[in-house]
Write a protein that binds this ligand. Structure first.
Ligand code: C2E
Ligand code: MG
Ligand code: MG
Length: 673
């Protein structure tokens, strides 16, 4: 299309002007010329004056359209002006608000030259207020939505922003590039857009309210106005979701109690560290830390005190390692540290020693001064393992070694431990099948009344008839059974077997007592009371013929529940003995508070009669408390005489008899008659 030319002040073309003006003036459709440079109507025909609600052309020309023109409209008009130079025309919807009244128009815009060779905009109305409501509402929605919609030209300069976008962007001149906080993600967006024509992602952006996370959708295509390619961007604020997500991530990768990284996090970090270590030949240390006797703190002072202690221990561990190292909590009282880029393996010992020192100081919690110590196992990459699993396992094995040595120390892994650990694992799985195949038998050791030299009872002692290794003593497997929890099945079998045996001796004419050992680990943990009740009623054994041997460590548990259980057992008519008395917990108060009938003096005291002080003390204590005293491990006449003189009540030991099979016990009983 060619430019029409109107030069109102140019006399030489006055005829032309008159001709054109009269044509335009006679048109029923509104036509006007907008002077983009001055933001004013330059000329209008009578129909346009009506549309603009103006009394005269002069009045309309006085109106300053710039006053309520948004920057983006101004920008867009400049864009039009540029496009008119290339003889473009556009048909677009347009809303005017002459004196505040909305008039919805479909206009055709084209360029027209006015004085000074400037390009103005010729506006011809095609339709007035005919736009369908859907379009109108569509426009309205764009104006009102909280979705931020903006349009950037190919150079990334903003050409349009809906109100939501405008208020988000603020007054600053914006380009798409500076909108992105992270330039890497801006470039990535550009790359994807140039490949696929669109992009959808999450990005941190600058807004008038600072840095915010947005979901950003970008569509690349021709601008409906200019026809040139542009970026149509719509954004929604997802900061809240991001925060929630980050919170969730934190939860997934951190231990909520101590806020240290958790196991999953540790495994990831160690994996990464080992990759680096392989490439750069670094030495990496792994410390596996477990608190000694933490359970008793939890049991006696309650879980919240235990939790407080764990938190403070976590802080001490953190303070003992370098900032570039990592401390994690695996759960319970287990912690692991990754020591990065060690100069040599021994350097791990320095850190382990530092941790032990830091934890050695008393922790002040809820008016208590708590003392705790760690057992630390150390494994070192590359000599003790190349993978996360190997290093973790080996540090764990070394930690157990530290525990076995009494705790409060660190131990480096060495390959011999692996053999021991493997043997232990084999024992564990053997034990599992032993329970299934019922490979246990009971031997019984007579308990003899010293005054009358009569057998008054027997202690049931379990043995394992191992298919390859022969008859195994409980010292070889009880500990593993306790640690794995298999002890409850074994002890339950022992209970039923022992009471049945008691009944069969009774039927043979010998109604002696049977004592069984109850593991402290399972004492009070499962329904001991009910199990004993049903074993007694199923077998027909009297409660007064069953004795329970418990160790002093039972009293480390929470006093109230232990007391309740012991009282219930007593009520049933059972007798309670303290086994291995003198070797455990030294708080004697429990002896008064709990319904104990017998003290079994540990054999170590009987074997050390040259230094009889403790033995004498235990005997006089027993007399004071009025409990029966049973000496264990009596091997000689001399020992027996000594005990007899001091007033000890009963004894057990090789001097009288080793533990025997059930029928051998019967033979012994009938011999004695
Ligand atoms: P304990 O209850 O103190 O049992 C006494 C241990 O001393 C028995 O070892 C017995 O054979 C041994 N012994 C008896 N007289 C003498 C002696 O004159 N000299 C010496 N040197 N030793 C003597 P055993 O049978 O190997 O049992 C060891 C430990 O295993 C027991 O110590 C007990 O704590 C545990 N135990 C045995 N049977 C069971 C069971 O059925 N359940 C549980 N939970 N533990 C059991
Ligand atoms: Mg015993
Ligand atoms: Mg004992």
């Amino acid at each position: 299309m060619r430019h029409q030319r109107i030069r109102m002040t140019d006399n030489s073309s006055i005829n032309h002007h008159h001709y054109l003006a009269s044509v335009l003036e006679s048109l029923a459709i509104p036509v006007w010329i907008f002077d983009i440079d001055h933001s004013r109507v330059y000329w209008a025909n009578p129909s346009a004056l009506g549309l603009w609600n103006a009394n005269s052309l002069d009045e309309l020309r006085q109106r300053d359209m710039a006053s309520d023109m948004s920057p983006s409209v101004r920008q867009r008009l400049r864009q039009y002006q540029e496009d008119f130079r290339h003889a473009k025309t556009f048909v677009e919807p347009w809303t005017l608000y002459p004196k505040g009244q909305p008039r919805n128009l479909d206009c055709q815009f084209s360029g027209i030259k006015i004085e000074g060779d400037r390009i103005a905009m010729l506006c011809q109305v095609l339709e007035i207020d005919k736009r369908n409501p859907e379009t109108l509402r569509g426009l309205q929605a764009l104006l009102l939505t909280s979705v931020m919609v903006s349009l950037y030209n190919e150079n990334g300069e903003i050409v349009y922003a809906n109100p939501a976008a405008r208020s988000m962007l603020g007054d600053d001149e914006h380009s798409l590039q500076v909108h992105f906080v992270d330039q890497q993600s801006y470039l990535q967006m550009r790359e994807i857009v140039s490949e696929l024509g669109e992009y959808r992602g999450e990005a941190e952006v600058y807004t008038s309210a600072g840095k915010v996370w947005h979901e950003v959708n970008v569509q690349y295509g021709p601008d409906a106005v200019t026809g040139k390619n542009a970026y149509l961007v719509n954004e929604t604020n997802i900061s809240e979701r991001r925060i929630a997500q980050e919170h969730a991530n934190r939860l997934a990768y951190h231990d909520p109690l101590t806020d240290l990284p958790n196991r999953a996090n540790l495994t990831d970090k160690l994996e990464q560290e080992l990759k680096l270590a392989r490439r750069y030949n670094h030495i990496v240390g792994l410390l596996f830390l477990d608190l000694d006797r933490f359970k008793s703190i939890n049991d006696t002072l309650g879980h919240s005190t235990g939790d407080q202690l764990l938190i403070q221990v976590a802080r001490e561990i953190e303070s003992a390692i370098y900032e570039t190292d990592l401390a994690a909590r695996l759960g319970g009282d287990e912690f692991v540290c990754i020591l990065r880029e060690l100069p040599n393996a021994d350097a791990a010992a320095i850190t382990a020693g530092k941790i032990i020192d830091k934890i050695a100081k008393p922790f002040r919690i809820a008016q208590h001064n708590l003392y705790i110590s760690p057992s630390i196992g150390i494994s070192v990459y590359p000599q003790n393992g190349k993978t996360v699993t190997e290093l973790m396992q080996h540090a764990d094995i070394a930690m157990y070694q530290a525990k076995a040595r009494g705790g409060n120390e660190f131990v480096f892994f060495d390959s011999k431990m692996n053999t021991q650990a493997k043997a232990r694992l084999a024992l564990e799985s053997d034990l599992r099948s032993a329970i299934q195949r019922k490979e246990f038998i009971l031997h019984y050791q007579p308990q003899v009344d010293i005054a009358s030299n009569q057998i008054v009872g027997v202690e049931a002692l379990v043995r394992w008839q191992h298919p390859q290794r022969g008859l195994l003593s409980p010292v070889e497997f009880i500990e593993v059974a306790e640690e794995t929890g298999m002890i409850s099945e074994i002890d339950n079998w022992v209970l039923r077997e022992a009471v049945e045996q008691q009944v069969s001796w009774r039927q043979a004419g010998y109604s002696i007592k049977v004592a069984i050992n109850v593991s402290a680990r399972q004492f009070g943990t499962d329904n001991l009371h009910e199990r004993i009740q049903s074993a007694l009623s199923d077998s027909g054994c009297g409660a007064d013929k069953l004795e329970l041997e418990i160790t002093e460590s039972v009293f480390m548990g929470s006093e109230q529940s232990v007391l309740q259980l012991l009282e219930d057992l007593c009520e049933m008519g059972l007798t309670l003995s303290i086994d291995d008395f003198g070797t455990g917990y030294s708080n004697l108060a429990y002896l008064q508070n709990f319904p104990i009938s017998n003290l079994k003096i540990d054999q170590s005291f009987v074997h050390n009669m040259e230094t009889p002080a403790i033995l004498e003390l235990i005997i006089s204590l027993g007399k004071l408390l009025n409990v029966k005293l049973i000496a264990e491990g009596v091997e000689s006449k001399k020992q027996l005489d000594w005990l007899s003189k001091r007033g000890c009540d009963e004894y057990q030991g090789y001097f009288y008899s080793k533990p025997l099979a059930a029928d051998a016990v019967l033979a012994l009983l009938s011999d004695c008659r």
